[in-house]
Design a protein around this ligand. Sequence first.
Ligand code: CA
Length: 529
Amino acid sequence: MRMQVPRVLSRTQRVALPGQTRNDAGGFAYPLEPRQQLERFLILGTEGGTYYVSEQRLTLENVKAVLELLYQEPAYVLERTATISEQGRAYKNDPALFVLALALASGRDAIRTLALEAMPRIVRTGTHLFTFVDYLTQLRGWGRAVRRAVAHWYQARDLRELAYQVTKYRQRYGWAHRDLLRLAHPKADTAERNALYRYILTREVSANLPAEVGAYLEAVERLNAPDLPLPEAARLIRDYALPREVVPTHLLTSAEVWNALLPAMPMTALIRNLATMTRVGLLTPDSEATHFVVAQLTDRARLRQARVHPLQVLAALVTYERGRGGRGSGVWEPVPAIVRALNGAFYATFENVAPTGKRLVLALDISGSMSWGNVGGIMGLTPRIASAALALVTLNAEQEAHVVGFSHQLMPLKLKPDMPLERAVKYLERLPFGATDCALPMLWALERGVAADAFVIYTDSETWYGEVHPVEALRMYREATGIPARLVVVGMLANPFSIADPNDAGMLDVVGFDPNTPSAIAEFVRGNL
Ligand code: CA
């Protein structure tokens, strides 16, 4: 049965409904609440901008929104920033570091005090410290409070951990630990700590260091000696659990060296270096190293403990499976067992999703703008591809859902549960582009008599093309079918819009590619949010 779609009041998405504001595509959508915008900025970042807005303007808009909220609710902003950072809910920690730097540069004592309290939770590694200092100097420069905060970063670390951090990340953005030490003057309360600070300044390994720390630093220095025989290098790496970052570049073409690095390699480094380890010949079908790597990747507890982010696995998978890197970084033969393990690891990095048993329509915006911008700042990972992967997580939990794609027209998508991610990505990449009408999924369900308890729309909310606003289409659907259908809008980029009406309790806006996104969708569809 085909139902007649009634013509409604607005007649076009280019006229505002009450509460809407003009989006960047020239249509109208709802402005995002400031707290939601903070959430999107922290989790999605702004790298690459959007189809409609340059990266710079998008960053500026987010900075303005964050600053406003920071002045109104500083405790909320800093607590939220620290929590999202600690829980590893964002692929990159940079937005959190930026919010912290904004707070320290705000010029208000109360905000600065809160920022200094939150700092240890957000600035955890040497790389974080350099990024933070880089932002801070761009915003304001060094003050007494900042000097003290940086000094505290050094003072608060035990010597073993500090030795690891200062050798693993020696410098970045033109800053070295040497510079920071000179500027911040951290106090050395013991001769041992003093000896480590001296090492940072001069790279001289003193007898005053604790034996274990001294041996580690000695190993780092010997590894960098010229003409070190390969077996000796591998022995040093293995015996002292040295990280890849301290290994001189010319040794990184050797399978023996990578094999020595593997046992102590952090999970995130392991995922990042799969292609290299395959290229140098360490990971081959059936090699012992491959078995080790597959065991790591399929260890759900380890993945969660290491807070591996789903975007990291997705990025690794898409690159690895291709068998070639960007900018002449070589070719390799992907090992099928590793591709399979990465597919499984992707699902394991999300919060557990229990099936809702509800009737779902998963609708992916496949308009032209969704092929623009990098989700999480990952080159080539467009919102179109990322949303397909995210939809597969929900589809796999539910087993039964309609999956459709929409631009100015709607088409069923051939995404199936258990479909390998790399195949889904290739399929999505080949679909045609078009203008954006976010009302189509509801209008389609109405026309076809598809019963749906919830519509889940993955979009950048830049809707403008159709005659009916998405919220009007949902209300028409509810009225015509008698089903109190819910709408979840999954925001794939950090722009300030949503098509969900914030005053309708049956609509929800969530941030795409937070490890909690699929479980939040399921909770809302169940009626628990
Ligand atoms: Ca669009």
